[in-house]
Design a protein. Sequence first.
Length: 160
Amino acid sequence: MPGGLVAPAAWAVAAGAGLTFAVYGILESVGPVERAEAVVEVSHDYASGSTKHIYHLVLRTASGELFEAEGSEKGLGVRVGDDVGIEISAVGREVQAVRVYRRRVPTDAGESLAFWAVLAGGGALVGALAKAAETRRALPAALSTAAGLAAGVAPALLLF
């Protein structure tokens, strides 16, 4: 019955999209970078719910492009007007790190997106496999699940 193959495909669509967003977040946080020089336009720090400080920066490159960076490393505690180097991810155009006085200080770019997308995509993939196993028709269920994964990945690839 074809209706028994819809559930694994639906779960697989969610899994494909979630796992593609996970790859996007991983590439955004640790993928290839380009380097640029920037000036600190805004520097703000605040205490989060715990005693941990969060530093928020707005950076302007020589070409006038604005970037925001955030992280908990003390090295991000720079002053407005300071010249810094930045590493901008090729995927997502996020600041992965700030170079302050020749020291590389990582930011929190893409970390939470990758974490939550891996959880959601992995959970949906487990659901898809469980639904496929329930059908007791291995080949049609596998094809349905593969088609669902492809359908979930395709729209998310537009981000790249």
